[in-house]
Design a protein around this ligand. Structure first.
Ligand SMILES: Nc1nc2c(ncn2[C@@H]2O[C@H](COP(=O)(O)OP(=O)(O)OP(=O)(O)O)[C@@H](O)[C@H]2O)c(=O)[nH]1
Length: 562
């Protein structure tokens, strides 16, 4: 690694709106630099996670070091491929801290979209060089000139700075490498200073412990060095350092300006904080600023399907949150579902992906309950202010066919199906991004669900006053469908305070499991009665009502997918 002086290093990221072709461009760059062999099978090589391959989207930023020869000089190009979906923009902002420039990829057909704008401003605020790349020029409907004009108008980047490519066919991709070398500055670092390394990502390996992705701002780190974590003040010995090429390749040393990985016997997931600074033992340095913590937007309860799996699930969640530090975790418990957690996610897709990764990577099986948003409650009976509907903030015309609208929305109105409705109403043309605008007062009520007068704790929700009736009715109906008849009548009620707003009734009935066994073998009857008794073990009693565990799951699940 010592062959690469700082002036021959470029650290850059590829950012774009979802599906505009970042991962495909990354594949071509890996091929062009000989990092991977050129074969037809190279599809989204950096999307390593199973969930990424199954869904065809990037959810994790990935690093690859490319070695490239240009005009007789050997360059080290560190490329970070980032996710495009708004739910994963936290990954993007962290990755940018290790970069001096970005390739801003824009689809030649779709033009500038919400995440193009959001990512541009992330890069712009971090004072990075931005190279606009117009991709998919091979498409029949491609209109690169129109996109060039949009870029000039919205980002104030001269249109002649745009590079037009087809990542799929490989057209003009060499110019992208050329631009990375010419237009992105080398990192501003000092190799003679003591080590200062930023942990910008980390993963947990069952056998090797924590693998930290590091960007070196100062100094050198070598295998065998003693390093200290600024966050925990614990000392470790470096067992392995190297570059991602794109798989781990040990190098013994990493120098300032370089990006790579480091393994130092951190066994506990709480030891490797993303945003932490590592320095050499007895050579303390001023820690790097680290990262703003992510703000969760959607909350959900998570419980093991079987309580005996609690500890395994706990460890799986800890390991996965190490790799995805934007998830917040608080312990929680529910009468029906037992001990569990309340998790905060950046969006619904993020929640689904996290859940799927737990299943795929840790073989965990979980129950996820209704996503809710946090409210601040002022406990007073008289102060009620009218709920706000969306308020338009501004409107900017990007070009003749495209307009950017800014609205203030109650978060609760957008977390469930707003995005899907927007997509279908606009035939897929509209795109959407959001940021937190703080708390607003609204007319909210706490709705209880009662079974024969007893409160079902796990079904308590906070809803808007105007929607309480319809939501309460829907929950009562769903619960009615999932409750078995019992020896007495069951009243299912939705209530706000002492006021009942919806009601369903399950008629009394005892299932006679022996009804069809006329005469015949007594052992068969015994078997049926035994099975009925076993089934009852899976019931939970609320007052005198026996509720099968999956009844809650059905109600909670349908609510969340509504
Ligand atoms: N026709 C055409 N299709 C392309 C081109 N580049 C990418 N695609 C296709 O566009 C789709 C999205 O490409 P990806 O590279 O996965 O996009 P991405 O931006 O990495 O997506 P996320 O990481 O999920 O945000 C894939 O089906 C690609 O095959 C191109 O130059 N031309």
């Amino acid at each position: 690694m010592s062959r690469f002086p700082v002036e021959n290093i470029r650290n850059f990221s590829i950012v774009a709106h979802v599906d505009h072709g970042k991962s495909t461009l990354a594949d071509r760059l890996l091929e062009l630099t000989g990092t991977i062999d050129k074969t037809k099978n190279n599809k989204q090589v950096l999307d390593k996670l199973q969930v990424e391959r199954e869904r065809g989207i990037t959810v994790k930023a990935q690093t690859a070091s490319l070695f490239h020869n240009c005009e007789g000089k050997q360059y080290l190009l560190n490329l970070i491929d980032t996710p495009g979906h708004v739910d994963f923009s936290y990954e993007v902002s962290r990755s940018l801290s290790a970069c001096q420039g970005v390739l801003l990829v824009v689809d030649a057909n779709e033009g500038i979209q919400a995440q193009t704008v959001a990512n541009f401003f992330l890069a712009f605020e971090a004072q990075l060089s931005v190279i606009p790349v117009i991709n998919k020029i091979d498409l029949k409907n491609a209109d690169p000139e129109r996109v060039e004009n949009q870029i000039e108008k919205v980002f104030d980047i001269p249109s002649d700075e745009c590079i037009k490519i087809s990542a799929k066919l490989g057209t003009n991709v060499e110019s992208v490498l050329q631009a990375v070398i010419e237009r992105i500055p080398p990192p501003k670092v000092h190799r003679k200073n003591p080590l200062r390394a930023l942990v910008f990502d980390s993963t947990f390996d069952q056998y090797r412990g924590v693998i930290a992705n590091v960007a070196l701002f100062d100094g050198v780190v070598s295998k065998g060095d003693k390093i200290v974590s600024a966050h925990t003040q614990k000392t470790y010995e470096v067992n392995e350092v190297g570059v991602l090429n794109p798989n781990e390749q040990p190098t013994h040393k990493l120098y300032a300006g370089q990006v790579g990985y480091l393994i130092a016997g951190m066994k506990n997931v709480t030891e490797a904080q993303i945003g932490d600074t590592l320095y050499l033992h007895k050579q303390p340095v001023e820690p790097l600023p680290g990262f703003k913590s992510a703000k969760p937007m959607v909350f959900a309860g998570m419980y093991p399907v079987d309580q005996s799996e609690y500890n395994n699930l706990k460890s799986a969640i800890e390991k996965l949150t190490l790799n995805d530090s934007s998830v917040t975790v608080h312990r929680d418990s529910s009468l029906a579902l037992g001990a569990g957690w309340r998790l905060g996610f950046l969006g619904l897709l993020h929640m689904e992906v996290f859940n799927q990764r737990l299943e795929l990577e840790y073989n965990a099986s979980v129950i996820l309950t209704t996503p809710t948003v946090p409210y601040k409650a002022v406990l007073s009976s008289s102060k009620l202010i009218k709920a706000r509907r969306a308020v338009q903030k501004n409107m900017i015309f990007i070009d003749q066919n495209r307009v950017m609208l800014k609205y203030l929305f109650p978060l609760n109105e957008i977390v469930v199906d707003f995005y899907d409705s927007l997509k279908s109403l606009s035939s897929g043309y509209a795109s959407f991004d959001y940021e937190d605008a703080g708390y607003q007062t609204a007319e909210l009520v706490k709705m209880d669900i009662l079974l024969n007068g007893n409160n079902v704790e796990e079904l308590v929700t906070v809803v808007h006053k105007d929607k309480a009736h319809s939501i309460g009715k829907a929950i009562c109906e769903r619960l009615k469908d999932s409750l078995p008849r019992q020896l007495f009548e069951i009243a299912i009620q939705a209530a706000i305070g002492s006021k009942i707003i919806a009601r369903e009734t399950v008629k009394a009935y005892r299932k006679n499991v022996l009804a069809k066994c006329y005469g015949g073998d007594i052992t068969r009857k015994m078997k049926l009665l035994k099975r009925q008794a076993e089934g009852k073990k899976k019931l939970r009693k609320i007052g005198n009502v026996e509720v099968p565990k999956d009844a809650f799951i059905k109600v909670l699940k349908t609510q969340s997918s509504k």
